[in-house]
Design a protein around this ligand. Sequence first.
Ligand code: 9MR
Length: 555
Amino acid sequence: VFAQQGESISINQVGYYTQGPKICTVVEKVTATEFFIVNSITHDTVFNGRLSEGQVSKHSSLHTKTGDFSRLQGEGRFYVYVPGVGNSYLFNIGPRVLAPAAVSVLKGFYYQRVSIPLDSPFAGKWARKAGHPDDKVQIHPSAASAERPAGSTFSSSGGWYDAGDYNKYIVNSGITMGTLFNLYEDFPFYSSATQYNIPESFNGIPDVLDEAIYNLRWMLTMQDPNDGGVYHKLTNASFDGTVMPGVTTLPRYFVQKSTAATLDFVAVTAQAARILSKYASLKALGDSCLHAALFAYEWAEMHPNQVYNQDQMNQQYQPTISTGAYGDQHLEDERFWATAELLITTQHERYLEVIQQQFDQAVTIPTWSNVRTMGVLSILRYYPQRFKQLNKKFFALADQYVSGVPGNAFRTAMGLSTKEFNWGSNSNAANQGMILVAAYQLSGKQAYLDAALSNIDYLLGRNATGYCFVTGLGTKSPQHPHHRPSQADGIDAPVPGLLVGGPNPGMQDKCSYTFTEPERAYTDQWCSYASNEIAINWNAPIVYLLNAVEALQGK
Ligand code: 9MR
């Protein structure tokens, strides 16, 4: 009876807040009408409840029933028992139940650091040598200028590896940094009080900023000091093999400048400038960030439409580059975000003219290619009442997410539309959570926070795959992420604290998937870069979300 089974009952495998909503999902066509919550140590049945009517999920053929045990407020470790089905995995109930998970996902960034060794006091068994030094990066012919001819080399050390590969992409760094900075700006007190055991802990600066600064210093080196433009990426010509960081010594290149990268860079450095200036020891860096932002903005004004088109570039220049493109034809959203951050940091109202034109556009989920909502979030943070139209558009999106929860087979905001199940779908769930937290902060309405928590439940196991999608957390989590260090390090457990991409019916990697329906198209295999890779822009919103809800518990 007490055997652990798990598979047919989906739960948040980490845990539920004592005072929060608590839901489990039976993922099977069952006749059972009741469920029980059992204490895993005493085996006392501490709660019994009725299962909902069965339903078929919108995004697969799965039949589900829902059990709501929100009224159970005891603390401890429990499992769900459903007669005729079995037991769920174990989960906790407690007041700060997500704190370790919140720490773990931020620590995930530390493990992505490129040019310094990860020492065992911080990295534990995943300690490793420094990765790519990137001290002699070549100007690719596509990026050549009179001052910086092709083949000339410059240092561009540090930063985070983007994902399971070993390249560094400004566009994707942009949204990632903005998201981490948002955590700091929304919860400065919590951020200052929370430590993650990184080398800079105890230096008087919040760890989340220390971590972000490691990447910020790299980003600054991606700006051409001669004209202010920013290189789109720093990359190998083609992806490295499955080796540890720092093993390969193939040439690394700065490729052509792009408007998207430059505007993302503006947004990040402008936001950094106002944050860092609060700390005496960071004031100098903050000043440099502001200068860099203004210089980059000038470049972007002079080059409003320099799209990064890798295929076109490859027809013109050698060596051809086959790594992640992060190409983006639509630059109005980058312009909006960059200008919004400049407005807030400098208070120059002339920036307002640029962004005001977009205030009545629909607010959408942030992605690396559409960062407009990053600007919206910052504006709402600093001017919560000033632009009514923008508020209206913002809440329209948050309300949509809330309204989707009751009908969803897993009672999550994730899954309003099947389109959300795309490459990196888990970042959609996390970014929706970030929007919902902001809606809660602005309105004080509990429904937004509850919906945000529902997406945490989704990411940590209450979903159609039964996986807790963060490495190292829960009972059943990815063991074979498409993450070169995890695959090459000879350690069984993958590097912890990393959110995998998640269900993606596109299945572009051509791995063999057991299930192919939108919400189930996930496979825990190394080959699956389209569903099982990790990436900094996916980790950042779960860092935001888990830390935000922890911060709100303390209130
Ligand atoms: O996250 C990116 C996704 O939106 C794209 O559809 C996909 C294909 O272009 O690329 C993803 O980003 C990858 C990047 O190109 C290279 N590093 C790994 C990233 C995550 O898979």
